[in-house]
Design a protein around this ligand. Structure first.
Ligand code: COA
Length: 502
């Protein structure tokens, strides 16, 4: 422990998680470390959940992204959350959000730090941050994620550190903490290549703000992604074909351009598909580094990877932690404000791969709301990347729920990424390159290349009827959402005649 808690003054501030949790009062706002199950503050939130068994209180919970350890589930079920932002990915919390039992602000992940810095989100009473070490000088060394931890520490009135002895000490040295100035007083962020370090190796803090240090010993909870399947392998093949055509056209080289890949099973599987491709010497400039990034490392495909969290399956976590030395020189973890920064995304010219729940025939993408109303997870960083990257690629299986749902619909029931920010759409059926196409051209390409065969005729019928009415982006407004209402009424988006033929 002394090796991890090297600042002598702080050695007297060790408290139990229950004691730290007792400082939290009803109505407070907490900034918790944690990004897609990685590096989350674990013990104090759990003590808060315990406290809720005998006392009613509510707090606002701000994080980097989703929490592991079932913390979002437990806090939602304990009823202690008033407002949650900027992202979550838990089924119980999802239900509470959709039942209206708590407020959820679904926010671009690069925005939270700016909103905190400019005091739009009010003050943060406690930052509760997981660390693997505190240096002699009092630098906080984060664990497997940086997320929003640095802005929470900078702006919070009080800080509680969860010093996690189970997380590998070798994580020290991996982080690059850069703090942006206030807007209007800021120069360019000097990051011009993926591997560049522009900050310091830990988070600096006014030591008088550290109210307590809680010692913990638990690894992150593993990710829940499932392995690639036949359909995701087909999607990866189509994506590789697209990259090949870009190389042939002279717009990319065999090293492509820095890649960003979103969360979840599909994005992970599609990235995984690059293992068997001819592309090599790849750079990753992403948010979450999932299993596929380390699989690509192990196959010698990656030159350097930059992210803001490492989120791994159980098996991969054991393997990566046992071999951290192997990856250390080729990895950096940054604050999410930097990993997702528009200026850098545009400068580096990223190829961004994110997942859609549904896309409409003109290329508008819904990544968050099932049937237009029910929150799934949140937009996460997908908008940060799609809006600013070199090529915005969205992937989705062409159908969901055993074919009852077409992921290609006439009219997206909620729009996270507009047609203006979507360049390429990939399903297991093929890919549609939408760049330079007008809406009427886009519709035909998307239906032909991406829609599932059993929904193609329905989509074409809609498009033809709509086109007869005219317009830049033809629609039959009274029928635009009829696929979603049919799903609600009959359990499938298929029209009766098509279902019989199918
Ligand atoms: N309507 C209803 N449900 C749908 C659907 C649709 N059009 N398309 C997919 N689904 C369901 C699937 O059936 C699955 O349900 P299940 O969990 O009950 O099996 C679930 O959504 C997840 O879909 P899956 O195909 O397994 O994809 P995934 O794990 O890759 O997740 C997203 C897909 C869109 C939910 C996920 O990528 C996400 O939250 N994205 C938004 C945030 C983001 O892109 N961040 C990236 C920046 S890092």
């Amino acid at each position: 422990m002394i090796e991890r808690l090297r600042n002598k003054d702080l050695q007297t501030r060790i408290v139990t998680a229950d004691e730290a949790a007792s400082w939290i009062q009803d109505g407070m706002t907490l900034g918790l470390s944690g990004f897609t199950r990685a590096g989350d503050a674990k013990a104090v939130p759990m003590s808060l959940v315990e406290r809720a068994k005998t006392e009613a209180f509510k707090v606002n919970i701000f994080t980097g992204a989703s929490l592991g350890f079932d913390l979002d589930k437990m806090m939602a079920e304990a009823g202690i959350i008033n407002k949650r932002l900027p992202f979550q990915a838990d089924a119980s919390m999802r239900k509470k959000i959709n039942d209206g039992a708590l407020y959820f602000v679904d926010q671009h992940l690069s925005h939270t730090a700016e909103l905190i810095r400019s005091q739009v989100l009010g003050s943060i009473d406690y930052a509760i941050i997981e660390a693997v070490a505190i240096t002699e000088d009092g630098l906080i060394i984060p664990a497997t994620s940086v997320g929003n931890s640095s802005i929470f520490i900078e702006k919070a009135e009080n800080v509680i550190i969860e010093l996690n002895l189970a997380q590998p000490g070798e994580l020290e040295g991996l982080h690059d903490i850069y703090s942006a100035e206030e807007q209007g007083m800021r120069g360019p962020i000097p990051l011009t290549s993926v591997e560049q370090r522009i900050g310091i190796p830990g988070i600096s803090v006014d030591l008088s703000k550290i109210k307590g240090i809680v010692v913990t010993e638990a690894l992150d909870s593993p990710s829940t992604i499932v392995p690639p399947d036949a359909e995701t392998a087909q999607m990866a093949d189509h994506l590789i074909d697209f990259f090949r055509s870009e190389v042939q056209a002279g717009r990319l080289t065999n090293s492509l351009a820095p890649l960003q890949s979103g969360i979840g099973t599909v994005a992970n599987a599609v990235l995984h598909g690059l293992i068997d491709s001819e592309f090599e010497n790849l750079d990753i400039y992403s948010e979450v580094l999932q299993d596929a990034v380390f699989d690509l490392f192990d196959h010698g495909k990656i030159r350097f990877a930059s992210g803001c969290s490492i989120t791994l399956s159980d098996e991969k976590m054991q393997d990566v932690y046992a071999n951290l030395d192997k990856y250390r020189e080729k990895l950096v973890l940054r604050p999410q404000e930097i990993s997702n920064h528009p200026e850098i995304i545009r400068r580096l010219g990223l190829l961004s791969i994110n997942t859609a729940l549904e896309a409409d025939i003109y290329g508008n993408i819904n990544s968050t709301h099932v049937s237009g109303t029910k929150m799934m997870n949140g937009i996460g960083g997908s908008g940060d990347f799609a809006r600013n990257c070199r090529i915005a690629i969205f992937v989705t299986k062409s159908t969901a729920k055993n074919g009852a749902i077409s992921s290609i619909v006439p009219f997206a029931s909620h729009v996270d990424h507009t047609e203006h920010d979507v360049d390429v759409l990939v399903t297991e059926q093929g890919y549609a390159d939408l760049r330079g196409l007008a809406p009427r051209e886009r519709a035909l390409v998307i239906i032909e290349k991406c829609a599932h065969p059993k929904y193609k005729k329905q989509l074409l019928d809609y498009f033809e009827e709509a086109s007869a009415r005219g317009g830049q982006t033809p629609h039959i407004l009274e029928k635009a959402l009829s696929w979603h209402t049919r799903l609600a009424e009959t359990g499938t988006m298929l029209e009766k005649e098509q279902a019989v033929i199918g």
